[in-house]
Ligand binder design. Structure first.
Ligand code: FNR
Length: 350
C-alpha cells in the first residue's frame, strides 16, 4: 500500500510517505533561504509523496524562535514559492505548508524562554505559562482571538498563491490552538473557553476561515495531539469527537501526534508509539489520518497501512538521516517510485 496513490480533493499523492513538518530554526525575518531550498529540494528527489514545510508563523508572535519560518508578508511567501516551483518542476512530490502559532510557547531559543527585549511578550488563552519559570502570557482578548483567526486566513491566501498543494493547520504539541483545546491551559469565560464546544471554536473558526481561501486544488490537513498525557486534560476521546467535527468542516486528513502541552508529562516512547491514536481517530471518527512518531522502517510503515491504522505515514527524524527513504523502499519492495531521471544509472548497482 505504501506505493499506492491517494487523493485529497484534486491533489493526488503518488505514495504514502510524508516528510513530517520540522522546524529548522534557520530563517532571518521568517524568510526561507538557500538552506531551505536545498533541504526541501533534496527530499523531493527522494521520492516522498508529500513534503510538509515546517511550522510557519502566521504572525511574528506566532513563531517559536526568532529564526522560525513566517508567512505574514509577501516577501516570505515569495521565498517559499521558489521552493514550491522547484519541487513541482523537478519531482512528483506534492508540497504542503504547516501554518502555526506558538502562543505561550513562543519567544524561546533551545526550548528556553528568552527575555521580552530579545523576543516578545507571549500570548495565550489564559494567564497560565507552559512552565512555572516562564513569564505569564498576555491573555488574548476576544477581538485579538478573532484577529489571529484572520491571520491564519491571510497566511493561507499567501500559501495558495505561492502554489502549495496542501495546507496543514498546526493544532498539536501545546502551541496556541492546542492551548485553546485543553481545559488545563484554557480557563476562559468567553465563547472560546469552558465547554468542549467552546474550546474547539478557535480551531474550527480557523478551519472555516482557511477553507474560504481553498478550492478543490488545495487540500486541508489538521495536526492534533491525540492526547496530552494528563489527568483531566485533552485526551483521545476528545480527539475522536473533534475529528468528527473537522470532517464536517471539510478537513481532508487528521495528522495525529501527541503531547506538548503539559510540562513534565510522563510519555512512554517506543517504536510507533503514536500509531494507536491515529488508529482510534481513523476508525471511530471515520476520517483519513496520518500516523507519526518513531516510524523508521519500510515494513513497519507498510504494516501500519495494511492494518488500517493510518492513510499516510509521516516521517521526521529518519528522513533527515535518509532523504531517499521512499525511493529506497521502492527498490526493496519492487514498486514504482519517482527517481530523478539524471540518476537512472544508480538503479543498477553494478
Ligand atoms: C519536529 N516536529 C515538528 N512537528 C510539527 O508539527 N511541526 C514542526 O515544525 C516540528 N518541528 C520539528 C523539528 C525537528 C527537528 C524534529 C525532530 C521534530 C515533530 C515531528 O514532525 C514529528 O512529529 C516527531 O519528530 C516524531 O516523528 P519521528 O521523528 O519519530 O519520525
Amino acid at each position: 500500500m505504501l506505493y499506492t496513490p491517494i487523493k485529497f480533493r484534486n491533489i493526488e499523492l503518488k505514495n504514502r510517505w510524508v516528510m513530517s513538518p520540522m522546524c529548522m530554526y534557520s530563517c532571518e525575518n521568517g524568510e526561507a533561504n538557500d538552506f531551505h531550498f536545498v533541504h526541501y529540494g533534496s527530499r523531493s528527489q527522494g521520492g516522498t509523496g508529500l513534503l510538509m514545510v515546517e511550522a510557519t508563523g502566521v504572525e511574528p508572535k506566532g513563531r517559536i524562535t526568532n529564526h522560525c519560518m513566517g508567512i505574514w508578508n509577501d516577501e516570505q511567501a515569495g521565498k517559499l514559492q521558489r521552493i514550491v516551483e522547484f519541487v513541482h518542476k523537478n519531482s512528483e512530490s506534492k508540497i504542503g505548508i504547516q501554518l502555526a502559532h506558538a502562543g505561550r510557547k513562543g519567544s524561546t531559543w533551545n526550548n528556553i524562554q528568552i527575555p521580552v527585549e530579545e523576543g516578545w511578550e507571549t500570548v495565550a488563552p489564559s494567564p497560565i505559562p507552559y512552565h512555572t519559570t516562564e513569564r505569564i502570557p498576555h491573555v488574548l482578548s476576544t477581538d485579538e482571538v478573532k484577529d489571529i483567526i484572520q491571520n491564519f486566513k491571510k497566511a493561507a491566501r499567501r500559501a495558495v498563491k505561492a502554489g502549495f498543494d496542501i495546507i496543514e493547520i498546526h493544532g498539536a504539541h501545546g502551541y496556541l490552538i492546542h492551548q485553546f483545546l485543553s481545559p488545563l491551559s484554557n480557563i476562559r469565560t468567553d465563547e472560546y473557553g469552558g465547554s468542549f464546544e467552546n474550546r474547539i471554536r478557535f480551531l474550527i473558526e480557523i478551519v472555516d476561515a482557511v477553507n474560504e481561501e481553498l478550492d478543490e486544488n488545495t487540500a486541508l490537513f489538521v495536526r492534533i495531539s491525540g492526547t496530552e498525557y494528563a489527568e483531566n486534560g485533552w485526551d483521545i476521546h476528545s480527539s475522536v469527537e473533534l475529528a468528527k467535527i473537522l470532517k464536517e468542516h471539510s478537513v481532508d486528513l487528521v495528522d495525529v501526534s501527541s503531547g506538548g502541552n503539559i510540562h513534565g508529562a510522563k510519555i512512554s516512547v517506543f517504536e510507533g508509539y503514536q500509531v494507536p491514536f491515529s488508529s482510534q481517530v481513523r476508525n471511530e471518527a471515520e476520517v483519513k489520518t496520518g500516523a507519526v512518531g518513531l516510524i523508521t522502517k519500510v515494513e513497519q510503515a507498510e504494516e501500519i497501512l495494511q492494518k488500517g491504522d493510518a492513510d499516510l505515514i509521516f516521517v521526521a527524524r529518519e528522513i533527515l538521516r535518509n532523504p531517499y527513504i521512499a525511493v529506497q523502499g521502492s527498490f526493496e519492495m519492487k514498486e514504482d517510485c519517482f527517481f530523478p531521471h539524471q540518476y537512472t544509472r544508480a538503479k543498477i548497482s553494478t
